[in-house]
Write a protein that binds this ligand. Sequence first.
Ligand code: PBE
Length: 268
Amino acid sequence: DGETSVSEEVEHKIVGIEPGAGATAATDDALEAYDSLEGWEHETSSTAAMLTSLGDAYEAEEPIIVVGWSPHYKFAKWDLKYLEDPKGAYGGAEQITTLAHKGFKEENPGAYQILENIGWDISTLEELMLQAQDASIEEVAQTWIDENQDKVDEWIADAPEGDGSSVELAMTPWDSERLTGNMAKLALEQKGYDVSLTQVDPAIMFEAVAEGDADATLAAWLPKTHGSFYEEHKDSLVKVNEAIDGAKIGLAVPTYMEDTNSIEDLEP
Ligand code: PBE
């Protein structure tokens, strides 16, 4: 009928994020799983570049398809929706899980006990991610700890003093993980633990905790996003806590793309 389809308008391209992200691997899986995505290109770059492309397209009310996830401020800043994923390429609800090296509980039972207690509602984290648009992650983390001492006390009160024992935490480079990593660090430090926080890609993070180069992480998205990393290393890892419930990954589009609601609405 001569009309340009959404798939043509976006030039059969998915705007992706970092090559090492779990959501990137899931998107490659989706390209394999869906006939509707045959011949599509998955362009990886960075979260910042994806957000710039999304903001520009949104401003111009042009169609765009991005690799998305929650919690993230993009859903508060713009009206976006996830595309339905009937084949489950992106999994379902995820828990952002705290993992430790298998020997860590015995090595440092006090720090382990505190990590078992630390968790947040997803709405709290979303609010903090919005605040982090206008302030540094470290500032937002410090302010939340200062204003929620009752919560921090629940986490640390019953645990033994750290007496300067070291806790090496690993995290990934995304805002949600930098926030939870920094807040956990501050809570552990209040009890006298000496905490280091290192930022690495997911593959390195899993390897570091599995090999004991890091003690623990609050940044494992399971069961799907980092599922293959977890499977590879699970014999050396312990699930300490599900610190955040209700996370999600998938393909996201602006809601003004009214007729595009499922990955199966796209065309080769
Ligand atoms: N993310 C945010 C990461 C984990 C946290 C969903 C973009 C990923 O590995 O895909």
